[in-house]
Design a protein around this ligand. Structure first.
Ligand code: NAD
Length: 309
């Protein structure tokens, strides 16, 4: 059983802690927030939950308490306001990340770092550079959520359990995310072939791609933040790590030459297990997907340069 530290116990951090409490993955969860009282409130509420879930030691702590954490989850910082892009948060959240990682480094050396705060790819790149940790140990939640949204959209369209659909979104977790339509399959057959066999038309790719890219905007406009699906996405990544499941997930990490790209971080399907992430997989892309990925990487590199990374 493991110890997890959650830094930033707002909507996303608290929801992630809640999903972890209900999943029997960790025996100890430490919550840390610049607003100590908020972390304490969440810890008390979550502590009460353990009478229903089974014993988990959950408490509000400080950096020394993170020392032996197997996974440190970074969810601190500003979220998008209605209509605001993730990239617009870069400067504010980069400075919070720097501050947190400097304090963390005094106490924490082993374990894995999971970045969730937006813009997640830019901050994952920054975290890898700032900590100097080997690239396998610095993961970003990346497009795990976008891939879930893609699978959910295809599932609703085709009337098949989303868990029976393999479909990936790569690139930026943001406005330039790239759904890989050419690789989407059900039972090993392409999604278009599946639709033909079912006697239904192929879905409107542009509409679904736009819905995936705009999903967060639609939710934030209505309820101010997104946190349930990413909370479960965080749990899924922690599960793959702590149970050494070697699951293929679209998480963000340092790109090491895949598709010819370097010196940046974005999501590709990766095998995730106890040592973090393996080398990212290179799926064959069609020309449209190649061009969309090129644009996505260019967006991220520009954002990195603006931060001086
Ligand atoms: P929130 O405002 O509810 O919570 C942020 C928390 O961070 C607050 O409790 C705040 O006190 C804390 N914080 C700020 N500075 C800190 C510091 N220096 N040290 C410790 N704690 C600090 O925001 P939220 O809705 O929980 O979102 C958090 C981040 O997660 C945002 O950047 C948001 O865009 C991002 N997010 C990412 C995904 C994803 O898929 N990667 C999905 C949803 C949200």
């Amino acid at each position: 059983m493991a110890k997890i530290a959650v830094i930033g116990t707002g909507a996303v951090g608290a929801t992630a802690a809640y999903t972890l409490i209900t999943s029997d993955l960790a025996e100890e969860i430490v919550l840390l927030d610049i607003n100590r009282s908020r972390a304490e409130g969440e810890a008390l509420d979550l502590g009460d939950s353990t009478a229903f879930t089974g014993p988990v030691l959950v408490y509000a702590g400080d950096y020394p308490d993170c020392g032996n954490a197997d996974i440190v989850i970074f969810t601190a910082g500003a979220g998008q306001r209605p209509g605001e892009s993730r990239l617009a948060l870069a400067e504010r959240n980069h400075s919070i990340l720097r501050d947190v990682l400097t304090k963390l480094a005094v106490h924490w050396r082993d374990g894995l770092l999971l970045i969730v705060t937006n813009p997640v790819d830019v901050l994952t790149y920054a975290a890898a550079k700032l900590t100097g940790l080997e690239s396998a140990r610095v993961l970003g939640s990346g497009t795990i959520l976008d891939s879930a949204r893609f699978r959910y959209a295809l599932s609703a369209y085709a009337g098949v359990d989303a868990r029976s659909i393999h479909a990936y979104v790569i690139g930026e977790h943001g406005d330039s995310a790239v759904p890989l339509w050419s690789r989407a399959t059900v039972a090993g057959i392409s999604f278009d072939d599946f639709c033909r066999q079912k006697g239904i038309a192929s879905p409107d790719r542009e509409a679904i791609t736009a819905a995936i890219r705009q999903a967060a905007y639609r939710i934030i406009e209505r309820k101010g933040a997104t946190y349930y699906a990413i909370g479960l996405g965080i749990r899924r990544i922690c599960e793959a790590i702590l149970k050494d499941q070697k699951s293929v997930l679209t998480v963000s990490g340092l790109c090491e030459g895949q598709y010819g790209y370097r010196d940046t971080a974005f999501s590709l399907p990766v095998v995730v297990g106890k040592n973090g992430q393996g080398a990212a997989l290179e799926l064959p892309l069609d020309t449209e997907e190649e061009s969309a990925l090129r644009k996505s990487v260019a967006v991220l590199k520009t954002a990195q340069e603006r931060l001086g990374l």
